[in-house]
Design a protein around this ligand. Structure first.
Ligand code: 5GP
Length: 194
């Protein structure tokens, strides 16, 4: 059996990765499994442990890191985030295509580690910085201080697009998701032929 693809979806906070992920997960032609990350951040309203994230303490996170249980990890605005390695490997060995929705530092670690036939890296960008600010503020889930930190970080993160196989503009989530589905479909076809 062919090993599943690893699909890295990255981009600045607030660009709409979560919404696009929902579109991608609903599409049966690409057959994706979402990799649930571990984080030390507190759950937002409506978020469920084990579905949106594994919410853990700092101690539990550092323990996982020390024991090499994470494929990648990053500190993002005062909290840690990481991808559990065993889960991803198990599913890929079963032929499932895995979607990682992660920030840019973690994405770089995965891009550096993986063989390019096994992974696709996609960088999602906003139509403009003004639009990104509007989206982060519109979410109303963070304090003004956190919003400012996230925006400053987004400006730095946007410079990282050269590292990725594809850059997709999130004009509307539906359009962006459709483009990403096409990218994944054509890679799956190519891998079938080779
Ligand atoms: P949020 O707090 O908004 O859920 O996530 C903050 C940022 O961390 C987002 O850019 C999100 O994509 C990213 N993120 C979520 N899980 C992971 C992970 O496992 N690893 C890394 N490196 N980033 C993650």
């Amino acid at each position: 059996m062919k090993k599943g693809l690893l699909i890295i979806l990255s981009g600045p906070s607030g660009v709409g990765k979560g919404t696009i992920r929902e579109y991608l997960m609903k599409d049966d032609t690409v057959n994706l499994k979402y990799s649930i990350s571990m984080t030390t951040r507190s759950p937002r309203e409506g978020e469920v442990n084990g579905r949106d994230y594994f919410f853990v303490t700092h101690e539990e996170f550092l323990d996982a890191l020390k024991n090499h249980k994470l494929l990648e990890h990053a500190k993002f605005v005062d909290n840690y985030y990481g991808t559990p390695k065993d889960y991803v490997e198990k599913l890929r060995n079963e032929g499932k295509n895995i979607l990682l929705e992660i920030e840019t530092k973690g994405a770089k670690q995965v891009i550096d580690k993986m063989h390019s036939d096994d992974e696709i890296s996609i960088f999602l960008v906003p139509p403009s910085l003004e639009e990104l600010e509007k989206r982060i503020r519109g979410r109303k889930t963070e304090s003004d201080e956190v919003i400012k930190k996230r925006l400053a970080k987004a400006k730095r993160e946007l410079k990282k697009e050269v590292l990725y196989d594809y850059v997709v503009v999130n004009d509307t989530p539906k359009n962006a998701a459709e483009r990403i589905i096409q990218i994944i479909q054509s890679r799956l076809k190519k891998n079938e032929i080779n």
